[in-house]
Design a protein around this ligand. Structure first.
Ligand code: FES
Ligand SMILES: [Fe+2]
Length: 381
């Protein structure tokens, strides 16, 4: 992150007074429980945000070689993207044109020079054009429909890959990022190395995964026995970029930096710099690595999470152990403290006994996130 940008963000902390009250948002918000628990609301979100809207498929460095692919599911639509020989990306529906069997089953991998269906061997080129129907001896010669794979809109920029299944409308990555590209572009995401991705499922609405990371208010209580001593629990630095937003969690000792001359200030040792790419991803920029959380909503009260870690350079064995431990720790704190609480929140919201939740001015990213979602849904009703 550029130095001037770090200083600009730290200046806001320096100016914010006791308990960082100067970082508070302009207003609180009441959100009805139905936002988390109503199946009809969930269906609207899936259609508007996940099927029609662009979502983050992953990072370019996860599929850098020709033939490498990434897959996901968007509002039930199975999708995969393949790196072509010329370096471009093609995205397609992950369903064979014979009888709709999946063409890839893993989150990532390398297909080599062709895509071969595992059911009856129909073979496609990496761009999805049908090449062969082995062993069929002309049995499909009277079929008149085009049997190339259905293509899906895809775009790549700043080391980020976005897909859209709901329409052929092209994706303008700059428009999608809404200004966050000034920071994200400066991170050089293209140059990172994917270390590992771990997948889990949780009994909660997909938004609760993102809610978890939006604010630091909970740290002092929920993480009292783990990370609380190291982190500030007062407020976060918040900025919005269209529907996306930035939330920077701060270390407890952030004020130490203000003893230095201002031109030497550095945010990175003190900040957990989190870019929420609404609706489905969170890119966390840390001093020495990047974490990415991607969500696949499965049902109104069920979500799959993919947590990935990226290092600035290819790791040796020692570095690999370090990154694995880093991921272990991240998933242990979230998996034993945050998400079990979120699952119980989901159960309470779905019970019918809790009409709403309250987001305070101490949680400005939450107010922004849920306001932006409500607006996105309202404009398409
Ligand atoms: S479903 Fe793919 S070859 Fe039959
Ligand atoms: Fe937490």
């Amino acid at each position: 992150m550029r130095r001037e940008r770090q200083i600009e963000l730290l200046q806001r902390v320096a100016d914010s007074g006791d308990h960082l009250a100067g970082l508070h948002g302009e207003r609180s918000m009441i959100n009805p429980a139905s936002s988390y628990a109503d199946p009809a609301h969930f269906a609207d979100e899936m259609r508007v945000l996940f099927r029609n809207g662009p979502t983050l498929l992953g990072l370019s460095c996860e599929m850098s070689e020709p033939g490498s692919y990434l897959s996901t599911t968007l509002d039930g639509v199975p999708v995969f993207a393949v790196r072509q020989q010329d370096g471009s990306i093609r995205a397609m529906v992950n369903a064979c044109r014979h009888r709709a069997a999946p063409l890839v089953s893993d989150r990532s991998g390398n297909l080599g020079r062709s895509i071969v269906c595992g059911y009856h061997g129909w073979t496609y080129d990496p761009g999805g054009a049908l090449l062969a129907r082995p062993l069929s001896a002309g049995a499909f010669d009277d079929v008149t429909i085009n049997c190339d794979l259905h293509s899906v809109t895809v775009a790549e920029k700043y080391g980020l890959i976005f897909v859209r299944v709901g329409s052929d409308e092209t994706i303008d990555v700059d428009e999608v990022l809404g200004g966050a590209q000034d920071d994200l572009g400066s991170f050089g995401l293209d140059g990172y190395t994917h270390i590992e991705t771990r997948t889990n499922e949780w009994d909660m609405n997909w938004k609760l995964v993102l809610d978890t990371f939006t604010e630091s208010y909970h740290i002092r209580w929920l993480h009292a026995n783990t990370i609380a001593p190291a982190f500030n629990s007062d407020c976060v630095i918040y900025e919005s970029f269209g529907r996306n937003f930035l939330s920077v969690g701060l270390r407890a000792n952030v004020h130490d930096e203000f003893t230095k001359p201002k031109e030497d200030w550095s945010l990175l040792p003190y900040g957990t710099i989190q870019y929420f790419l609404v609706p489905n991803a969170l890119v966390v920029y840390q001093l020495d690595h990047i974490e990415v959380w991607r969500l696949e909503p499965l049902d109104v009260g069920r979500v799959r999470t993919h947590t990935s870690i990226f290092a600035p350079e290819p790791p040796d064995e020692r570095a690999l152990r370090y990154w694995t431990k880093n991921l272990d720790l991240l998933l242990e704190v979230t998996g034993t403290e945050d998400f079990p609480t979120m699952e119980r929140i989901q159960a309470a919201l779905a019970s019918g006994a809790v009409p709403n939740v309250v987001y305070g001015r101490i949680e400005p990213p939450l107010v922004h996130f849920h306001t932006a979602l409500a607006e996105a849904l309202a404009t398409t009703r």
